[in-house]
Design a protein around this ligand. Structure first.
Ligand code: NAP
Length: 255
C-alpha cells in the first residue's frame, strides 16, 4: 500500500528551524524523506542543527541563513534554495519572537518588532514561496504557526496575540486564493512547549506547576510532538485539507 505520509523527493523549507519547534518539525519532515532546508539568522546554531538533523534522520538537512524580516533576503534565499535543490514543495514558517510587557506600556517599537516577525513577513514568505510554486505548477503545502493565542487572549503579549489571531485569517485567505492551484495553506497552533522563547516564563517553577495542572494531558509539549502534524499537513495525507488550524496543545483549549 502507498504510504500517504511519504515525503521522498520533496523539498521543504523550515524558517526558524535552527531550534525549538521549527527544529522538531524539521526532524519530522526529514524522517519522512524530505530534503529539508532550515533557515534562521544565527549561522552557528543553524549549521549545528542541520548536522544534527541529518545524522539523527539519515536524511538531507542543510542550513541557509535568512533574516525573514527582509523581502530582498527572502527573495535571495528562495533563489539559493532553487539553485541547490531545483524545487520547493513545502514551507513551514516557524520563525518567532515575543516581547512580554503589559499593554499599558507596550511601545511602538515593540509592536513593530513582534508583528514584523510574527505576521508581516509570514505573509511575504508565504507570498514569495506561493508565487514560486504557482509559476512552476507545484501543488505545494504551506504551513504557518499559530498559537493558543490564535484562539484566546493571553496577558502581557498583546502584539503576539494580535499577530497569532491574524495568522488564522491570513491562512484562510491564502488557502482560498491558492486552492485553484492545488496549494494547501494550513496552520498549526502549538500549546506550551519549553523553548528559548518560553524559557523566561516557564523557568518559574510556580508557573510551570500551574500550566501542567491546566493541561489535560498533564505535561508541556516537546518539539517532536509537532512532527506528526507537520508531516500530515505537508503530505498527501492532507490533500483535501486547507485553511485549517490544528491545535497541538495536550488539550489546553478544551476548557
Ligand atoms: P525559539 O526556540 O525562540 O525559535 C525561534 C526560531 O526563529 C529560531 O530558529 C530563530 O533563530 C528564528 N528566528 C527568529 N527571528 C528570525 C528572523 N528574523 N529571521 C529568521 N529566523 C528567525 O521559538 P519557538 O518556541 O520554537 O517558536 C517557534 C514558533 O512557534 C514561533 O512562531 C512561536 O510564536 C510559535 N509558538 C511557540 C510556542 C511555545 O510554547 N514555544 C507556542 C505556540 C507558538 P535566530 O534567532 O538565529 O534567527
Amino acid at each position: 500500500m502507498k504510504n500517504i505520509f511519504d515525503l521522498t523527493g520533496k523539498v521543504a523549507i523550515v524558517v526558524g528551524g535552527s531550534r525549538g519547534l521549527g527544529k522538531g518539525m524539521a526532524v519530522g519532515l526529514a524522517d519522512a524523506g524530505a530534503s529539508v532546508v532550515i533557515a534562521s539568522r544565527g549561522k552557528e546554531a543553524l549549521e549545528a542543527a542541520a548536522a544534527e538533523i541529518s545524522e539523527q534522520t539519515g536524511g538531507t538537512c542543510v542550513g541557509m541563513q535568512l533574516d525573514v524580516t527582509s523581502l530582498p533576503d527572502i527573495q535571495a534565499f528562495i533563489q539559493k534554495v532553487d539553485e541547490r535543490f531545483g524545487r520547493i514543495d513545502i514551507l513551514i514558517n516557524s520563525a518567532g519572537i515575543n516581547i512580554r510587557k503589559s499593554a499599558q506600556v507596550f511601545e511602538e517599537e515593540d509592536w513593530d518588532k513582534v508583528t514584523d516577525t510574527q505576521l508581516k513577513y509570514v505573509f511575504f514568505m508565504d507570498q514569495q514561496v506561493g508565487n514560486y510554486m504557482i509559476e512552476r505548477g507545484i501543488r505545494g503545502r504551506i504551513i504557518n504557526i499559530g498559537s493558543l493565542s490564535s484562539a484566546i487572549g493571553l496577558k502581557n503579549m498583546v502584539a503576539y496575540c494580535a499577530s497569532k489571531g491574524a495568522i488564522v485569517q491570513l491562512t484562510k485567505a491564502l488557502a482560498n486564493e491558492w486552492a485553484p492551484f492545488g496549494i494547501t495553506v494550513n496552520a498549526i497552533g502549538p500549546g506550551y512547549y519549553f523553548t528559548e522563547m518560553t524559557k523566561p516564563l516557564l523557568s518559574d517553577p510556580e508557573v510551570m506547576r500551574k500550566y501542567q495542572e491546566k493541561i489535560p494531558m498533564g505535561r508541556l509539549g516537546n518539539p517532536e510532538d509537532l512532527a506528526g502534524t507537520a508531516v500530515y499537513l505537508a503530505s498527501d495525507a492532507s490533500s483535501y485539507v486547507t485553511g485549517q488550524i490544528v491545535y497541538v496543545d495536550g488539550g489546553w483549549l478544551i476548557n
